[in-house]
Design a protein around this ligand. Structure first.
Ligand code: ZN
Length: 204
């Protein structure tokens, strides 16, 4: 807990604590954000609070691809312009934003919401794997592209899914190794991601 939390007025201390819980926000940043809110107008403060609540009230997960959405199915799953024959599997919703920026991929997505990590207690049933396999049963999907971050846990997850999908007679590919090892898809630039998509390799 930041030191000033104990001397700040209770509501300010509470706000600092809440900001401090956010990813990437240390004690100093939490204080700065709290004092920013303190100085903001009541309208600005209300807009921030409402935006946070709105995201919890209105955003849900697409029942098909598990992406975050305010309509179900989401706009990508709903679109007649997207190729239902290709599904690109990603870890997190933010990865879809990165891939969409390339404008290269015209298929659909599936969000796992994590990768297998037994050491951290993340097992098959914690990911949206059952939902993925359920989408592959109708013969429409011809290729599953594994776009999972290239690190140890990502690779284990890719291999595990490959073992489930290949017996269904569906081609499984993964992004080319143009991505730096250990890189986050989310932060990859468009040129690198486009190249990784275009040069994707069949897993065998
Ligand atoms: Zn969807």
């Amino acid at each position: 807990m930041p030191e000033t939390t104990t001397v700040a007025a209770a509501p300010v201390a509470r706000l600092i604590d809440e900001f401090h819980k956010l990813p990437g926000i240390g004690p100093k940043s939490a204080q700065r954000l709290a004092y920013h809110v303190l100085r903001a107008s009541i309208d600005e403060a209300r807009a921030l609070a409402e935006a946070i609540l709105d995201v919890k009230d209105r955003i849900t997960f697409c029942s098909v691809c598990q992406n975050i959405t305010d309509i179900d199915p989401c706009s990508i799953c709903n679109s007649p312009n997207r190729d239902a024959g290709q599904i690109c599997v990603v870890e997190e919703p933010l990865d879809i934003l990165a891939l969409e920026r390339t404008r290269v991929f015209k298929g659909r997505y599936h969000v796992l919401h994590g990768v297998l990590s037994p050491l951290n207690g993340v097992n098959q049933e914690d990911l949206k794997i059952r939902e993925l396999i359920a989408r592959l049963g109708d013969g429409e999907v011809k290729e599953v592209i594994m776009a999972i971050n290239p690190n140890a846990e990502g690779d284990v997850t890719t291999m595990y899914l490959e073992g489930l999908i290949k017996p269904l007679g569906i081609r499984v590919t993964r992004l080319a190794r143009g991505l730096p090892v250990g890189a986050d898809l989310e932060f990859a630039d468009e040129v690198t991601l486009t190249r990784a998509l275009e040069n994707r390799q069949t897993l065998n």
